[in-house]
Design a protein around this ligand. Structure first.
Ligand code: AMP
Ligand code: ZN
Length: 114
């Protein structure tokens, strides 16, 4: 997807502060952090949102949660806790149409998010 900013981060056209990378997944620090730890975890494959997920993406999306666990450990937030959330569509506030998972941690997080 040539106009997708997260695809541009994947292919190096836009810089990012990477915290994890493998052949299928990339995670980088959010440019506008909402918590002391705010990491964006994305599949390298362009999927616009949860609405576009198909059965063939199941292994990939499961892998993202294994990666999330590793990132939490690496950043030292496993014990105190963290939130992993994906916004889908306008009412949820999705601004980048490439599926992504926010990892938020480092402070007490309110629930529900408003
Ligand atoms: P959402 O609003 O759920 O679609 O989340 C998109 C997130 O991407 C926001 O938290 C933005 O701050 C973040 N973001 C947008 N552009 C960049 C970028 N170039 N580098 C890092 N994070 C970004
Ligand atoms: Zn993309």
């Amino acid at each position: 997807m040539e106009d997708c900013i997260f695809c541009k981060i994947v292919n190096g056209e836009i810089p990012s502060e990477k915290v994890y990378e493998d052949d299928k997944v990339l995670a980088f620090k959010d440019i506008n952090p909402e918590a002391p730890v705010h990491v964006v975890i994305i599949p390298k494959k362009h999927i616009s949102s949860i609405n576009e997920v198909t059965a063939e993406d199941e292994l990939l999306l499961g892998h993202i949660f294994t990666v999330a666990k590793e990132i939490a450990a690496k950043l030292g937030v496993s014990e105190n806790g963290y939130r992993v959330v994906s916004n889908c569509g306008k009412d949820a506030g999705q601004t980048v149409p490439h599926i992504h998972f926010h990892m938020l941690a480092g402070r007490v997080l309110g629930w529900p998010p408003c």
